[in-house]
Design a protein around this ligand. Structure first.
Ligand SMILES: Nc1ncnc2c1ncn2[C@@H]1O[C@H](COP(=O)(O)OP(=O)(O)OP(=O)(O)O)[C@@H](O)[C@H]1O
Ligand SMILES: [Mg+2]
Length: 234
């Protein structure tokens, strides 16, 4: 029997409604992400890549009764609210094109934020701080711990965003155009960092419209006309 996918979209539909009108962006998308994969999701602008990522990350829901997202075989729709919060916070790490760091917090505080959402005792806080410093150190940011995001370059900001996404040791990293706002060299640095984490076992789903970026993944999926097809990467 084939191994159960870690994360799955099953016949997912998503419609955005504007009053009486609706635009069906996803029309029965099937996607299976296996543990240890690095999947690239390709598609033209407006094809629904970000929409799909939001559904996979539990930030939004498919149309009622029209498909489901499953994590370790369990439909997200059957989880109570608290389990969904845990899913978003612990099982998934999310990285966005424009970093979404909090401007008033330092690099270290931004990184620690998801770990402190549910509160933590002093001893755990000390351990988490060490984890965050180790992550940021591995990403070449040891001299930037007390800086604010506004004092960093784009590449540095994205590295902080990735550290933040990894602080809770998620099973899957969802990265929506993680290099979309960076020059080619800086973007390649970010991809090297993702490759390193992938080698250590992290499962990654990465959206991009850039074929060279997609080539770094182990498999590619194309979104066209609201449905998906897949092909193994070269
Ligand atoms: N919250 C929303 N409300 C209404 N329409 C939306 C919403 N989010 C996305 N859309 C529409 O859904 C379609 C798909 O958007 P989406 O952002 O998923 O595309 P994308 O593939 O990520 O595009 P890009 O490459 O430009 O980021 C677009 O036509 C967009 O206008
Ligand atoms: Mg998008």
């Amino acid at each position: 029997m084939a191994e159960q996918p870690l994360l799955q979209a099953c016949r997912v539909h998503k419609t955005y409604r504007f009053g009486a009108h609706g635009v069906e962006v996803l029309r029965g998308v099937d996607l299976a992400v296996h543990s240890g994969e690095w999947l690239a999701v390709l598609g033209s602008s407006g094809s629904g890549k970000s929409t799909l990522m939001h559904l996979l990350g539990g930030l939004d829901r498919p149309d009622a009764g029209k498909g489901e997202i499953r994590f370790r075989g369990e439909p997200l729709s059957l989880q109570p609210g608290s389990a969904l919060d845990t899913y978003r916070n612990r099982d998934i790490g999310f990285v966005f094109q424009f970093y979404h760091l909090l401007p008033e917090l330092s690099v270290l505080e931004n990184t620690l934020l998801p770990a402190l959402v549910f509160g933590a005792r002093a001893k755990r806080r000390t351990a988490l701080r060490r984890d965050a410093e180790a992550l940021l150190g591995a990403f070449g940011l040891d001299h930037r711990l007390t800086h604010r995001p506004s004092q960093l370059s784009g590449g540095e900001r994205q590295r902080v965003a990735i550290a933040r996404a990894l602080i809770n040791r998620p099973a899957v990293l969802l990265a929506d155009e993680p290099t979309g706002n960076l020059d080619a060299t800086t973007g390649a640095g970010i991809l090297d960092l993702l490759a390193e984490r992938h080698k250590q076992g992290l499962t990654i789903v990465m959206v991009t419209h850039d074929r060279e970026v997609a080539a770094r993944a182990t498999r590619q999926v194309h979104l066209t006309n609201g449905t998906s097809d897949s092909a193994a990467a070269q």
